[in-house]
Design a protein around this ligand. Structure first.
Ligand code: IPE
Ligand code: IPE
Ligand code: MG
Length: 264
C-alpha cells in the first residue's frame, strides 16, 4: 500500500511506497486474519491532561498505521473493534464525538481506501447508528466491495452475544417457516449467519492497554485465536508493537485440540 492515505502528519517525502516486512518475521507464517481490541485511548489522553476524545482522534492514526502495515505485509484481513454494544453507556458527548469521528474519517479516507484496494465492511447492528454514518458506511461498503486487497472489518455497535442471538433468531425463523431442518444446523450454517460470514476466523487477537479480557468481541470467531496482550495504549500502537505481536504469534505452537502442529 502506498503512503497516500490522507494523514494529519507531515507527508514523508522519502518514505518507501510499500513498507517491507521486518527481517525478524517469517513471511510464510503470518496470520491470515488479525483482530484487534483498540483499547486505552482514554488513558492515553489522561496521561497528557487532554480530554478523552483526543485519545480517540489519535487512535484513528494508529488504526491507519496498522491497516497500512497489515496490507503491505500481506495479511489478508484486519478486524478492529471500534464501538461495542456496551459503549453506548458512556457519556453522551463521548458517544456523539465518536459517531461524528467515524463519519468524518470515513469521508476523508474513502478515496484512498478505494485506490489502495482495501475492501471495507462494518460489522454490527448498523441500523442503530446515526443516519449520516449509515449512509457513509453503505457508500464505502459498496464502493470498495470489489477491491482485491486486504479485508478491513470495522466492528461498530458490535457485540458478540448480540451477534449470536441474531444468528440464532434468523435460523429459528427459517425453521419456523419450514425452510430449514433443525438437524441441518451445524457449525458452518451457524457461522454463515454471523456478521463475519465468509471471513476466516482470526488467527491472532491483539488487545492493547493491558486488559486481559475479551469484552464481548468475536465470541464465536476467537475460539482458537492466539492472544497477544500488550501494555501499549492504542494511540501509541506502531510498527514495533505490531512486530512484537506477530513475533509472539510466530513463537506459538497451535494445536487446535490435537497433539502436535509443526508451525503456527
Ligand atoms: C478504546 O479506548 C476506544 C473505545 C472503546 C471506543 P477507551 O476509550 O476504552 O480508553 P480507556 O480504556 O478508557 O483508556
Ligand atoms: C472494548 O473496550 C471495546 C472497544 C475497544 C471498542 P472497552 O474499553 O469498552 O472495554 P472494557 O469496558 O474495558 O471491558
Ligand atoms: Mg477501554
Amino acid at each position: 500500500m502506498s503512503r497516500s492515505l490522507a494523514t494529519t502528519e507531515t507527508p514523508q517525502a522519502n518514505s518507501p511506497l510499500v513498507q517491507t516486512l521486518p527481517a525478524s518475521l517469517d513471511p510464510a507464517r503470518l496470520p491470515a486474519h488479525v483482530a484487534v481490541i483498540m483499547d486505552g485511548n482514554g488513558r492515553w489522553a489522561r496521561q497528557r491532561n487532554l480530554p478523552r476524545v483526543m485519545g480517540h482522534r489519535e487512535g484513528v492514526e494508529a488504526l491507519k498505521r496498522t491497516l497500512r502495515l497489515c496490507s503491505d505485509w500481506g495479511i489478508g484481513s484486519l478486524t478492529a473493534y471500534a464501538f461495542s454494544t456496551e459503549n453506548w453507556s458512556r457519556p453522551g458527548e463521548e458517544v456523539s464525538f465518536l459517531m461524528a469521528l467515524f463519519e468524518r474519517v470515513l469521508a476523508r479516507e474513502l478515496e484512498a481506501l478505494e485506490r489502495e484496494q482495501v475492501r471495507i465492511r462494518f460489522l454490527g447492528e448498523l441500523q442503530q447508528l446515526p443516519d449520516g454514518l449509515q449512509q457513509r458506511i453503505a457508500d464505502a461498503t459498496e464502493r470498495t466491495a470489489h477491491n482485491t486487497g486486504i479485508h478491513f472489518n470495522v466492528c461498530t455497535n458490535y457485540g458478540g452475544r448480540r451477534e449470536l442471538v441474531l444468528a440464532a433468531r434468523r435460523l429459528a425463523e427459517q425453521v419456523a417457516a419450514g425452510q430449514l431442518d433443525p438437524a441441518a444446523i451445524d457449525e458452518n450454517s451457524f457461522a454463515a449467519e454471523l456478521h463475519t460470514a465468509g471471513e476466516v476466523d482470526p488467527d491472532l487477537l491483539i488487545r492493547t492497554s493491558g486488559e486481559h479480557r475479551i469484552s464481548n468481541f468475536l465470541l464465536w470467531q476467537l475460539a482458537y485465536a492466539e492472544l497477544h496482550i500488550t501494555d501499549v495504549l492504542w494511540p501509541d500502537f506502531n510498527e514495533a508493537a505490531l512486530t512484537r505481536a506477530l513475533l509472539d504469534y510466530q513463537s506459538r505452537q497451535r494445536r487446535f485440540g490435537g497433539v502436535h502442529s509443526p508451525t503456527p
